[in-house]
Structure formats: C-alpha cells, structure tokens
Design a protein around this ligand. Structure first.
Ligand code: GDP
Length: 373
C-alpha cells in the first residue's frame, strides 16, 4: 500500500472521495423566470385594458370586471377610468332583466334563449344580481354546471354575481360590469336576479326590458312574487308549457292577461304581455325575442327608451352619492356612534339629538380636514 497522508486518500478508497455532486439546474423549473415575467405582465396598463376590452378580449374583460368588483381604492380608480374611457362604446345593447323564484326555470330559459340569440349572430353577456351570493357557496350563476352549453358558446360570456355585499353595492358593480361587456361588443345583456326580494327593483333600474318567469298553476303567493314585481314586468312568461302542462299554462296565460288589465298602465306606453314558453323544449323562445324587439322599436319611437336610460343614469348618480356619503360617515364616526348608541339606549339622549350630534361631529371633522389641507 502506497504511503498516503491519510488512508482514505488511497486509491482503493476512492469511492469515499467526496465528489462535486450532481450539477443542479438554476431553478426547479427552467421556465419559471419566463412564466413569472408573464404573470407580472398581467398587471396591465389602463391603455392595455381599454384596448383589450374594445377588441373583445374575454380575459382582459374578466380582469377589468374583477377591478370593478374590488374593494381596493386603487382598483376602483382604475375601474372608473376604464369605464369613462369606454363610454363612447357603451349603451349599444338591449338590456334584459330576468326574474322568477328559484325553480321557475331561469337558468334553463337563459340557456335556451342565449343559444337562440347566439344562433342569430348576437353576442350575449349573462350577469347576475344576487346580494346573498358568496362565490364559494355555489351562488346563483356561480355554479358552472348551470348553463353548460351557453358557457361553452364562444359568442356568450357568463359572469356570476359579485359576491355578498349591500344590494346597492352589488347592483352598482353589476351595472358597471354590464358597461364593460357592452364596450367589449356584447349586444345583448341578460341580467338574472332571484325573485324573492328587493333585487328586482335594482335590476329594473338598469335594464330596458324586464321579464318575469312564472310557472302555471302555482298561485302568486306560492311563487313569492309580489304584486309590485308583476307591475314592473314588461312581459310575463309562463314557463314549462310542455307535456301535460300545456293546457294549464294556457289557462294561466289568459287569467294573468286579464288580471294585468287592472294594473296601472305602463309608463312605456306598451301593454305588458303574457306568453307561454318551454325553456326545456326551446319553444316560444323566438316569439319572446320578437316581442322584445317590438317593444324596443315602439319605445324608441315614442322616446321612452332613451328617457328611461336617462332616468336610470340619474338614479345611479344619486345612488352612488348616497352610498359613498353613508360609507364615509359610518367609517369616520364609528367610535362616536358606539358611544351615542349607548346613551340612546340608556335614555340619556334622544335618537334625534344623537343623530344630530353625530352629523355635526362629522361635518366639523370634514370641514376641519378641508381647511387643514
Ligand atoms: P331556476 O332556479 O329558476 O334557475 O330554475 P332552473 O332553470 O334551475 O330549473 C328548475 C327545474 O325546472 C329544473 O329541473 C329544470 O330542468 C326544470 N325546467 C326548467 N325549464 C323547464 C321547462 O321549460 N319545462 C320543464 N318541464 N321543466 C323545466
């Protein structure tokens, strides 16, 4: 054995030599840097957003709607700028509201109606107002198994309701999403709402035409439809008019049509219609669309169409002012409100005086900040 400094360095122990090891790649995934670059790129500039939306790029449209729905101040500012810059391309669509109790067949109807419109060459965006929705809980339209066929139609875009919040907030976001869809070239907007509360009034304040879906035979009380909602409807559809249900549907149709005569006349000057349909068998769908077109042409001629849109725009201006003022007041006066509430409960202060004190404090704070600035 050759003399070595250390036995481990002898040739027979070569296996014990510590090798340099296997060459490691620069990163786990050699493509990761390129990918990261692309991910960073998805934070678009306002110009890129506007260009993408106007080109009808669905990914960019979806990202822009996410900005509209975001609670972050910087997102809201970008969203408002986008809407302003898209304004010249907004408004060139027919906006249709669709309501009815759960089970009336809204999603089946929207699927059949949407497919029909798509086959006629239209581009359809489906939005929703559901203030109770939370995306994780399979909200209205959030469940992808609904409207499967329409969802895969390249001429259709389906967006679930903005997640839970105040009705006003959810409705405003849906309205702004509608604007972006219009700018992206969707010429028919369908807005779905559950027929159980106030959301019908909100959707009514942003559409040109309001459809109420009913089922034959079930009484109005059973269907939870309030008289006010029936009064709002431009057309009532008795859905599920198929199989052994056809006769009942036709009877309901004539009864409802008679009942509508006792309702106050519509401001539109167009008498509301009651029609039968089968969303399932795709019957009555074409007639409903023709009825909507006829309504649009009549109201465009008598001026109501534009007048209503103007009133809606004004309504949303005031709604937004009210919402912003309310939010600002309650966030600024949070602590003072807690104190005042206790005083009112202990009868140390009247509700009226407490409210005035809080408002006074708020106005002083606001003007102090203004002078300070
Ligand atoms: P939504 O809750 O109002 O959206 O109602 P869906 O569209 O989910 O429909 C509720 C149920 O009614 C489903 O089982 C549908 O298959 C059924 N349905 C919907 N439209 C029709 C129709 O035109 N005819 C029949 N027979 N059933 C229908």
């Amino acid at each position: 054995m050759q003399h070595c400094e250390h036995p481990e360095n002898a040739p027979e122990y070569e296996g014990l030599k510590v090798n340099k090891g296997i060459e490691q790649p620069a990163a786990m995934n050699p493509d990761i840097h390129n990918r990261l670059k692309n991910i960073k790129k998805t934070v678009l500039t306002t110009d890129e957003y506007v260009e993408g939306i106007l080109k009808g790029d669905i990914n960019i449209l979806s990202q822009a709607i996410t900005l509209v729905e975001s609670a972050r101040e910087d997102h809201k500012n970008v969203a408002q700028e986008l809407i302003n810059r898209c304004l010249p391309s907004i408004g060139k669509s027919v906006r249709i509201g669709i309501t009815g109790v759960p089970g009336a067949g809204k999603s089946t109807f929207i699927e059949s109606f949407g497919k029909y419109l798509s086959s006629e060459g239209h581009k359809i965006a489906v939005l929703a107002i559901d203030p109770s929705s939370e995306r994780s809980k399979g909200s209205i339209l959030g469940d992808k198994t609904r409207m499967e066929e329409l969802a895969s139609d390249p001429r259709a875009y389906i967006r679930p309701s903005p997640s839970a919040g105040s009705l006003g907030g959810v409705a405003r976001k849906t309205r702004e999403a509608m604007f972006l869809c219009e700018a992206a070239g969707f010429n028919i907007i369908l807005i779905e709402t559950v027929g159980v509360g106030q959301s019908e009034t909100a959707v009514h304040s942003m559409v040109d035409f309001f459809l109420l879906l009913q089922i034959a035979g079930a009484g109005d009380e059973l269907q939870g439809i309030k008289r006010g909602i029936m009064e709002m409807a431009d057309t009532i559809i008795i859905n599920k008019a198929d199989g052994s249900n056809i006769q009942r549907a036709e009877l309901s149709q004539s009864q409802l049509q008679t009942a509508l005569h006792f309702f106050p006349p519509h401001e539109s000057g167009v008498e509301p219609k009651v029609m039968t349909a089968s969303a399932y068998e795709k019957r009555g769908i074409k007639e409903i669309w023709e009825n909507i077109l006829c309504y649009c042409s009549k109201t465009q001629q008598n001026g109501y169409f534009d007048e209503k849109r103007g009133q809606q725009a004004k309504y949303w201006m005031y709604e937004t002012i009210n919402e912003q003022l309310r939010n600002h007041f309650y966030s600024k006066q949070k602590d003072a409100i807690t104190v005042a509430e206790k005083k009112v409960l202990r009868n140390e202060l009247s509700s009226f005086a407490a409210a005035f004190e809080l408002l006074e404090g708020y106005f002083q704070d606001v003007s102090f900040r203004k002078n300070d600035g």
